[in-house]
Design a protein around this ligand. Structure first.
Ligand SMILES: [Zn+2]
Length: 329
């Protein structure tokens, strides 16, 4: 834990200096606040019980161990517990070079339903950032927005949602739109992505606990202002993070989550019932080419102009820009 003896002695010295200061403060406070304690004196039975009261903690070089200081000048190591990574499959597809490690695995290879235990006595949870969602998991103008955007002030703490291991630490120049970003893999196979950070505070391969500050918020990459872009993925496939977390209150919706295959569609989102989500995932898209008209598309796909307008939130007089994708069914 401590690399050298001198290092250890230095820490010990500081502990006792701090403990002495804190004890003095606590004793004087106790004497003022509790006249009985003053009467009994420091050697009385009540005072004796008070002696083992923790007064502070100190960090060590191992982030999962702290030192706990007691009022009687004694100290102990305090084991905070490490993330439980006991699944043989955990490192399958483990790739620290590529953000999208599973891009070659087709959706058809995934089961229809996957049961994920999100949190229990061994596996923690913490909302990465509490706030009102600014942009949801959805098809946005001309591209898929595969995460949840949460506004922040540059430098705000961004926290690990669950216990896990950092798979990717990537900087703006290599991550495309994500800017400075992190990917954390969790024991249940889930991965969480944190984009547009101003700073990373963890390294690749590092164990992290839910709630640990892993980076600071920013606006790096394709971003129009400071915010956290947060994604949840399973085998590289993204689904709506709001299915797991109510970001406004910071609460986990349930400790167990059934991930259904149709959730991986960009049109499937939290708030839909199962039949709506299935229908949304089966939507058919058409990319506008030169000469396309709504009338021609309606005829081609066996639908009506009105229906196409409803599905896309456009009117029959909207100009169809070449390259735009329209939902046609
Ligand atoms: Zn985003």
């Amino acid at each position: 834990m401590f690399q050298t003896t001198s290092n250890f002695l230095y820490v010990l010295k500081n502990i006792f200096l701090l403990a002495a200061c804190l004890s003095a403060t606590c004793f004087s406070y106790a004497q003022e606040a509790d006249p009985e304690a003053t009467k009994g004196g420091p050697s009385g039975p009540v005072r004796g019980l008070e002696m083992r009261i923790p007064v502070d903690t100190l960090d060590t070089e191992d982030k999962f161990t702290k030192i706990i200081l007691f009022r009687d000048f004694t100290w102990e190591y305090w084991d905070l517990g490490r993330p439980v990574i006991d699944d043989d499959d955990f490192y399958e597809g483990w790739n620290t070079e590529s953000i999208h490690a599973f891009k070659d695995i087709p959706l058809s290879d995934l089961p229809d339903e996957i049961d994920l235990c999100l949190a229990d006595s061994l596996h923690g949870y913490c909302c990465p950032l509490i706030g009102k969602v600014r942009s949801r998991f959805a098809y946005r103008r001309t591209r898929e927005h595969k995460g949840t955007d949460l506004p922040l002030t540059r430098g705000d703490s961004v926290r690990a949602a669950f216990d896990g291991v950092v798979r990717i630490v990537e900087f703006s120049r290599n991550s495309g739109g994500y800017g400075n970003m992190l990917v954390i893999r969790h024991a249940n196979g889930l991965e969480t992505y944190y984009g547009h950070l101003s700073k990373h505070l963890v390294n690749t391969g590092e164990l992290v606990k839910a709630g640990e500050v892993i980076g600071l918020g920013g606006s790096t990459g394709r971003s129009t202002g400071p915010h956290l872009h947060f994604e949840t993925r399973y085998m590289g496939k993204a689904f709506d993070p709001e299915r797991l977390i109510d970001f406004e209150t910071g609460t986990l919706r349930d400790s167990v989550f059934v991930l259904k295959k149709h959730y991986f569609s960009i049109y499937s989102h939290y708030g839909q019932d199962d039949s709506e989500s299935v229908a949304a995932s089966q939507r058919m898209l058409h990319t506008i080419r030169s000469g396309d008209t709504l009338g021609a598309l309606a005829m081609k796909y066996g639908t009506t102009i009105k229906k196409i307008c409803q599905l896309n939130g456009i009117s029959s007089s909207t100009t169809l820009r070449i390259g735009r994708r329209l939902i046609v069914r």
